[in-house]
Write a protein that binds this ligand. Structure first.
Ligand SMILES: [Zn+2]
Length: 232
């Protein structure tokens, strides 16, 4: 299970990516051991839902259940507090509010951006709310971690990407014939609505499809990647 070295772009959180950790259930003891070594409570594990009928959809947890917490993200409000987030092609974002000190780690699936009828921001909107967004938008910084790049996120059925174009403009799709959706651009567009400057958002640029160290549903490397986030 490789540790993927990434630049540490945030001030209030330290982030580690371990790629291709296998399925959530069987890998859990190993994930918890790695978490413990990084100083993270072994119970602070998220189980991220993939569809709106699954528990935890659009939920940003403020505390952790014993075992695993069904949610798309978690608020870290205490120094040293951490969370472990599984993901494959979906990006994981860590946002920090440098004024209030709040850190939020969350998973952004394509479908999670939708509320039922529109593309209003879904999980990302809720996570930014939990990061005290209304309080000091210009103090928020976010780092977008590994996920599928636009070139590998093609859609034969363009009806999947049409609502994104309608809501966020044509630039969130790189090639309009292939429907290559740029989720990082979508995340930046949602952040912009809250007055978070574009240059406050950084990315490690890792593509889960391309990178052999990382699991990817689309590339048929089924293992989960694990993102460990610890508030400093
Ligand atoms: Zn790629």
């Amino acid at each position: 299970m490789p540790l993927v070295k990434i630049p540490q772009a945030l001030e209030l959180a330290k982030v580690f990516i371990y790629g291709r950790g296998g399925d959530v259930g069987p890998q859990l003891p190993r994930i918890r051991r790695i978490g413990s070594k990084l100083g993270i409570n072994p119970c602070h594990v998220l189980r991220t839902p993939s569809a709106l009928n699954k528990p935890g959809w659009h939920l940003i947890a403020r505390d952790f259940k014993k075992g695993m917490t069904h949610a798309e993200g978690a608020v870290l409000s205490h120094r040293g507090e951490g969370v472990m987030v599984p993901s494959r092609d979906c990006h994981v974002v860590v946002a920090e509010n440098r004024k209030t000190g709040t850190v939020v780690a969350f998973h952004v699936g394509r479908n999670s951006v939708f509320n039922r009828q529109n593309c209003s921001g879904g999980t990302t909107e809720k996570a930014l709310g939990a990061c005290d967004v209304a309080y000091a938008n210009e103090e928020i910084y976010a780092h977008v971690l590994c996920g599928i790049c636009p070139d590998h996120f093609e859609h034969d059925d363009l009806s999947y990407v049409a609502p994104f174009i309608e809501e966020f403009g044509p630039d969130v799709v790189v090639d309009h014939e292939r429907g290559t959706l740029d989720m990082t651009a979508v995340i930046i567009a949602i952040c912009a609505r809250y007055g978070i400057p574009k240059d406050h958002i950084s990315t490690d640029g890792l593509c889960t499809y391309d990178d052999d160290r990382l699991g990817s549903h689309r590339a048929d490397k089924k293992e989960q990647n694990w993102i460990f986030v610890r508030k400093l």
